[in-house]
Structures are given as structure tokens and as C-alpha cells.
Design a protein around this ligand. Structure first.
Ligand SMILES: [Zn+2]
Length: 669
């Protein structure tokens, strides 16, 4: 009873934004605070369709996979750990996290859809998770199952590759979201016991805890637990998780702990682990104001976005690489995998780009946006969402990529470690539930609030019904066909006239954006890559019209990106486009299609293909195919180009029409 009273008190004392996708309502070092995730819902169009697909197809289908021991042992491991079934642990060590992430997607869906069956299902699963937890709060099914079977080798925190803190971190985040979605404390109590366990470990064996910070979702998790419960020792733990990183005994670039974090200026090693760490440390900064963290995060962010990120917002270019690069001492060099490579090392066919890394990039940029209020972070968030994240899932919501290539060729003479087509189930199932929770929760990124007013970060037809920092009510009704069309209309409804500002993100690609209020042009700076600030006294029914011209852009890369020398990618609005062989005339190969510099691709919305997309059509050139069998080099023969019609589709929709070749980058002349 006391606990319930405490949580209610906690929630009531926070202002209404205390139930955001991240709970930053009381964070001292943020410019923007999250909107209560119950206050904004997509109404129609792109993101409403994505949300509905996630709720109606992705979430139930994924639960079917996770509970079927013939396919996945994720839930069965919990049943065994809970003593409800007999058996052994099966699946990767991080499999617990897959169930937690799925549960988080269900909680987001429940927030909006109020689906009672989903609520009941979550309750049933949470009961099992609770029974699987040890009395001291430790929860990690690979070890608990062995301990139930009295196997002496089963000891906690013995191997950093056991991913214990990773699993527990996902439990903490999910528990906070479940509590915000349902008001229930069932999962939060389980997460509280787990966080208490980590706190005790921090006090008793800080080096042990530091050595186990692999793929550290627990930085985000512990901070979110502090924000949700107000428990000061969790803040102490979050701060401690940073301090103890210097105690790591065998630090590596693979795990971002070879040198102290505040000395790091480059993104290195495993990109999922890196991006989770960066997101978590941004959370720690938001609560502590530790400038050394923010300084390193900004340096690393510049290294990523200016030298190591794909045009799809994906990161982690390499299957395998070496680190530290450039060391004169050969003995120091170690293997890194699914890694941030060297600057400008961005291969296409063999791009690794694990989906979880793209999602980590979204989470990191969301936190940097909250801290700074700078649109450049929202730009990257949007770029990764529309391209990298959505490409990872098939249009029917049932198949997934683990790695995300930017070029696919059918005649590759070697196998890659992961499938080059989407799969219904992947032996490493970390990415699919990560995609589900991200799509289910996107509305939580759409707006932010500050003392000045409301910030529009992402566009899509939606209703926002929330309170400003001073507690007054405000409703924004947004209508738009974004990302297909750049016209956005926002009606502002306030009970009585009120002075505040509306900040609208002008994406970096949107030159010549136009703003009108109540049909009249306003002299407001609408620079690309900034927020345009409309400060005025608002009255009921005032209407903002924002026009973001969606020019088709030919993008070239820094010449040091060797893989795309003399090539272009084509973008329109936030979307990267690609060419698929299925759209080419018979006998024309992807590799031979060349884009003239003066091409004028024509956007045409086609509701009959790929769930309804705007395609780009234009005239390109092709050359006769060359027979390369048995050849590495050949003399170039004089040849006249032939003109052909080409049709480009959004990259996120690729690979949905059977196996075919695809490329984002095309030669230009
Ligand atoms: Zn993954």
C-alpha cells in the first residue's frame, strides 16, 4: 500500500510530461522535456499506418514466435527459470532482453490502443517474470535455470559475455514504460529489485560490475528507474557506472572501454554497444550535468555523422575490423566486429549495419536533442527512423533484417554471416522486438515541451492534447501527408488566448521553407537545420501552415568514401531512394544504370505498390552488359549509352517483391 502511495505521489508531483518516452520532466540538464506519451496519437497517414501494423500484426505475430519453444526459447526460458516447466536454457545469452523489448512494444501499443487483451497478456507474462526472479533481485535466466538445477558452475557475473546487465537494463526500461502506460507497478517492482541488486553489486564489487558493462542498456535503464521512482541511490548508481569504467581490467575498443570515456573522441568497436553506451551516457548527463560526458558525446557524434554514418542513418559498417587502427605495435591490435570502421570506410554490399545499432542511433539522438534543443539531432533521428529502422522490417510486418545492406547483388561469390533477405525468425532475435518497440513508440518523439512552449520534432497527422510547462491545456491538430508531401497544417486550440511559442523543426534538407499563420506569411526565420520559433498570443483555432518543399536531391559523398566515388544517391524529403532490378527493363543490369547529372526525377504517388509510396521516375542511361565471368579486369570498350526509363522506390520498401538486386548509390556522369 505504501509503495502504491509513493508511486502515485511521485507521478502526481511530476508535471504532466512525467510519462514520456524518456521521463525528463524533472531532469535538470535538458532543454526539451518529453511529452506524456499518452497525450499524442497518430490519426492517419504514414505513422498511423505504421503504428496500426505494429499493433495488429507485428506484436501478435512476434508473441507467437517468442512463446513457441519450437521457434524461440525466449519465453520458455522464463517459464523454466520460474519453476513452471522443466528444461534447459536455450538461445543466446541476451534472449531475456528480446522478451523485455517485445513487452515494451506491447506497453506502447497499449498506451494508445487501450487493448485490454494486451494488458491481460502483459500481466500474465509479468507474473512469470516475477517468479523467475531470485529473492535478492538477480534476474537472468541462463544462470537462474542452472542454479535451480544445482549446477555448481552457475555463478552470476562470471563472464562479461553473459550479457546480464544488458538483460537487466532492458527490464528496467520496459518496466518504466509499462508503468507509464498502465499505471501498474507489477513490473516496476521486479525492476526495482533488479536495480537494487545492481546497486549492491556496485557497492560490493565495482570492478566486477564495470567488467560486465557489455552492450550497456543498463545505463539508460538505471537512469530511467531513477526518473520513475525518484530513488536517489539509482542516481548514485548511474553516476557510479561512469566512474567505475576506469576499473575495467581488459578494456577493448570493441567494448568502448580501452581508454577512459571522457578521453574518447571517436566512435569505435561494436556499434550496438557503442550507441547504447552513448545514449545511456547522454541520460547520465541529463541528470548530472557532467560536462566531460557531453564534451566526449559531441566529439563522437561529429565523428559518426561526418565520417562514419550511412545515408540511411545506419552505423557499424564492418563485419570485422582491427583496432586500434594505425597502432605501430602489432601485438596491441585486436579484432572488432560489427564495428564502426575507419573514417569514410562505408562499404555497401558488405555493410553490416545491425538494426539494433540504427535504433541505438535513434535513442542517442533523441537524448542529444533533449539536452541541447538542436535540430541537427532530430534530423539524424528522422533519417535513421525513415530509412534504417523501417527497412529492417518487411511491409507485411513479419520478416526482418539483422544486417542492412545498401547494395544487393545476386552473384556474390561468397556467403555472408547473416541472411541477405529478411527472415521470419533470426537465431539472434535482438533486432525484431527492438524494431517493434521503436515503431510502437515513435509518437513519443513527435513533440517536446519546454518553458517557452511546444516543439514539433517529427511530422505526421496527429492530435496532441497536453499541458504546457505552466500546466495550461493545449491541443494541436496536425494534418499532413508527410513524408510524401511537405505541406503541414497545425491547428492550435487553447481554452483561452495564451502567449507561448511553437517551435517547428525545419529539416536540414528543407531549403526555402515557408511559414504562414492564419493564412498570412510571417517574417520568421525558417532556416534549414533549425527550429523556427513562432512566439505569439494564440487563440482558439489559430492555424499554422508549414511548407517544406520536397525537392529531389542528388547526393554525393566525400571523395574519401571510396566505395561510392563518382556515384550519387537520390533523396526526397527524409527518404533515401533505391533502384531495384525488378523495375528495370529486361536485360538491363543495376550495375550498368548511370544517372545523368541533369536528371529531373518526377515524383508520382502510386498507391498500388508497396503499400502506397511516392516513386521517382526519370530518364537514365545504360550501357550494354559486360560478361565478367572469369575476369577481374577488362579493357573498356567504346560504347554509346542508351536512354532508359527508371523508377526509384523508397529504400525502406526494398526487398518486398521477391529476391532482386538493389542499389542506393548509382554511377553519375
Ligand atoms: Zn539486434
Amino acid at each position: 500500500m505504501f509503495l502504491v502511495a509513493f508511486y502515485l505521489l511521485c507521478c502526481h508531483s511530476a508535471h504532466a510530461a512525467g510519462r514520456g518516452i524518456t521521463c525528463t520532466s524533472l531532469s535538470p540538464y535538458v532543454e526539451l522535456r518529453s511529452i506524456d506519451m499518452r497525450d499524442v496519437r497518430w490519426t492517419e497517414g504514414f505513422w498511423a499506418d505504421q503504428f496500426n501494423m505494429c499493433h495488429r500484426v507485428v506484436i501478435p505475430n512476434m508473441w507467437r514466435l517468442l512463446k513457441d519453444p519450437e521457434i524461440s526459447h525466449s519465453y520458455t526460458n522464463f517459464l523454466i527459470a520460474a519453476g513452471l516447466e522443466e528444461g534447459k536454457h536455450d538461445g543466446p545469452k541476451w534472449h531475456d532482453g528480446d522478451l523485455y523489448k517485445w513487452l515494451e512494444s506491447a506497453a506502447y501499443a497499449y498506451t494508445i490502443a487501450k487493448d485490454e487483451k494486451l494488458d491481460q497478456l502483459m500481466d500474465e507474462i509479468i507474473e512469470v517474470i516475477g517468479k523467475a526472479q531470485r529473492g535478492d533481485g538477480y534476474i537472468h535466466t541462463p544462470v537462474i535455470i542452472k542454479q535451480r538445477q544445482a549446477r555448481p558452475e552457475a555463478k552470476e557475473f562470471r563472464n562479461r559475455l553473459d550479457f546480464e546487465t544488458y538483460n537487466m537494463g532492458h527490464l528496467m526500461t520496459t518496466a518504466c514504460i509499462h508503468h507509464r502506460a498502465t499505471g501498474k507497478i507489477s513490473l516496476l517492482e521486479i525492476a526495482r529489485r533488479a536495480t537494487d541488486y545492481l546497486y549492491r553489486l556496485y557497492k560490493e564489487s565495482p570492478a566486477g560490475l564495470a567488467n560486465n558493462a557489455i552492450c550497456p542498456s543498463h545505463y539508460m535503464g538505471v537512469v530511467e528507474m531513477y526518473r520513475t521512482t525518484g530513488e536517489l541511490k539509482y542516481l548514485e548508481l548511474a553516476r557510479g557506472l561512469v566512474d567505475i569504467r576506469i576499473m575495467v581490467e581488459t578494456g577493448t575498443d570493441q567494448n568502448q572501454d580501452r581508454i577512459p570515456f571522457h578521453e574518447q573522441t571517436k566512435a569505435v568497436g561494436h556499434a550496438v554497444r557503442a550507441n547504447y553506451l552513448y545514449a545511456g551516457l547522454a541520460d547520465v548527463y541529463a541528470e548530472t550535468g557532467d560536462e566531460s560526458l557531453l564534451h566526449a558525446l559531441e566529439k563522437i557524434w561529429e565523428n559518426v555523422t561526418l565520417q562514419k554514418m550511412y545515408i540511411t542513418g545506419a552505423t557499424g559498417a564492418l563485419y570485422d575490423g582491427a583496432s586500434p587502427d594505425g597502432s605501430k605495435r602489432h601485438g596491441e591490435i585486436q579484432l572488432v566486429h560489427q564495428a564502426y570502421g575507419r573514417e569514410y570506410q562505408l562499404p555497401n554490399i558488405t555493410a553490416y549495419n545491425e538494426t539494433c545499432a540504427t535504433i541505438g542511433n535513434v535513442m542517442w539522438n533523441w537524448r542529444m536533442l533533449s539536452i541541447t534543443g538542436q535540430a541537427r539531432f532530430a534530423d539524424v533521428l528522422e533519417q535513421a527512423l525513415y530509412n534504417g529502422v523501417l527497412a529492417a522490417i518487411s511491409l507485411d510486418g513479419k520478416e526482418f533484417f539483422y544486417t542492412n545492406t545498401l547494395r544487393r547483388v545476386s552473384n556474390l561469390p561468397f556467403d555472408l554471416r547473416w541472411s541477405r533477405t529478411r527472415e521470419p525468425y533470426i537465431s539472434c532475435f535482438c533486432c525484431p522486438p527492438n524494431v517493434a518497440r521503436t515503431i510502437a513508440g515513435v509518437s513519443g518523439y513527435a513533440y517536446s515541451v519546454s518553458d517557452e512552449g511546444i516543439w514539433a520534432n517529427l511530422y505526421g497527422s496527429s492530435v496532441l492534447d497536453t499541458t504546457l510547462a505552466d500546466g495550461s491545456n493545449i491541443t494541436l491538430i496536425q494534418r499532413t501527408d508527410y513524408p510524401w508531401d511537405g505541406r503541414i497544417e497545425i491547428m492550435v486550440n487553447v481554452p483561452e488566448s495564451k502567449k507561448f511559442s511553437v517551435m517547428l523543426r525545419i529539416p536540414g534538407w528543407a531549403s526555402e521553407a515557408n511559414l504562414r499563420v492564419n493564412g498570412r506569411s510571417v517574417s520568421i526565420d525558417a532556416q534549414p537545420g533549425r527550429y523556427a520559433v513562432i512566439g505569439r498570443e494564440w487563440s482558439l483555432g489559430d492555424t499554422i501552415e508549414l511548407d517544406l518543399p520536397m525537392r529531389v536531391r542528388l547526393i554525393q559523398a566525400n571523395p574519401l568514401v571510396e566505395e561510392v566515388r563518382n556515384q550519387v544517391a537520390i533523396m526526397r524529403g527524409p527518404l533515401a531512394y533505391c533502384l531495384e532490378s525488378v523495375d528495370l527493363p529486361e536485360g538491363v543490369e543495376i550495375a550498368e544504370v548511370t544517372i545523368p547529372r541533369d536528371i529531373k526525377p518526377n515524383p508520382r504517388h502510386d498507391s498500388d505498390i508497396l503499400g502506397g509510396v511516392t516513386v521517382l521516375e526519370g530518364r537514365a542511361e545504360t550501357f550494354q552488359s559486360v560478361d565478367w565471368s572469369g575476369e577481374l579486369y577488362q579493357e573498356l570498350k567504346p560504347q554509346k549509352p542508351q536512354e532508359i526509363d527508371i523508377k526509384l522506390i523508397p529504400y525502406y520498401a526494398w526487398g518486398n517483391r521477391g529476391e532482386c538486386d538493389m542499389t542506393v548509390w548509382m554511377p553519375v556522369r
